[in-house]
Design a protein around this ligand. Structure first.
Ligand SMILES: CC(C)(COP(=O)(O)OP(=O)(O)OC[C@H]1O[C@@H](n2cnc3c(N)ncnc32)[C@H](O)[C@@H]1OP(=O)(O)O)[C@@H](O)C(=O)NCCC(=O)NCCS
Length: 185
């Protein structure tokens, strides 16, 4: 089981930034910090209880859910999460419908790399890269999938491209699906 395993540290503004991995149960206590970083990164959610029901709790209930956190002292400054994706889930079915053969052999039992966010004031110091690497560390899955902007110049896409992800196709006018083989990790 994953149990708030502390695996890496780095420096940020003189304080240690701790990167740790949590299973679904252990993730629960990080809810407030995650929601704060989410609000600062993706825009404030309209109703935190709706976010909790439709995103946080729903995703934590999925198989093999794991959360990577980055703490600067006691302040959560970044996070990443994912779980096992399967047909029947909304996004799996959505990309099967949109991309067809391009993702047919990727979907089902893949690791879904769902979220990655770092507070603006902490970016560019390696935190996002370390969250990414820890979230994928030691997974039994053979393949991973994510959806992101279709913009090769964005920080997120550059991060993914530099870590072995490749573009599988468009999922929307501005969005792409990326895949990564995990077997050699
Ligand atoms: C994407 C994000 C998580 C990166 O976090 P970060 O802590 O700044 O990332 P790192 O410092 O670890 O940098 C990792 C890599 O990202 C890329 N990157 C980071 N900042 C970048 C920038 N401003 N411009 C271009 N590439 C950048 C680089 O490839 C970098 O690798 P390098 O340092 O070896 O060159 C952060 O920018 C963020 O939260 N963005 C908004 C949310 C988002 O887009 N999430 C992804 C949704 S799918």
């Amino acid at each position: 089981m994953l149990a708030a395993r502390l695996v890496r540290t780095g420096r940020h503004n003189g304080a240690m930034v701790h990167i740790a991995l949590h299973n679904s149960d252990a993730a629960a206590e990080h809810r407030e910090g995650v929601l704060h970083v989410w609000n600062e990164t993706f825009g404030r959610v309209g109703d935190a209880s709706v976010w909790q029901d439709t995103v946080w709790d729903r995703h934590r209930a999925r198989a093999d859910f794991r959360l990577a956190t980055a703490y600067d002292d006691d302040r959560l400054v970044g996070f990443s999460w994912g779980y096992t994706g399967q047909p029947g889930q909304y996004w799996s079915d959505f990309i099967l419908d949109k991309l067809g053969p391009a993702v047919q052999e990727w979907v089902g039992g893949h690791f879904e790399f769902v979220e990655l966010a770092v507070l603006p004031s902490v970016r560019g110091q390696g935190v996002g890269g370390r969250l990414h690497d820890l979230l994928l560390a030691g997974l039994p899955h053979k393949r991973a999938l994510l959806g992101t902007d279709d913009d090769a110049t964005s920080a997120a896409v550059r991060l993914y491209l530099s870590r072995g992800w490749r573009r599988l196709g468009k999922q929307s006018p501005t969005g792409q699906v990326m895949g990564k083989l995990l077997e050699d990790d």
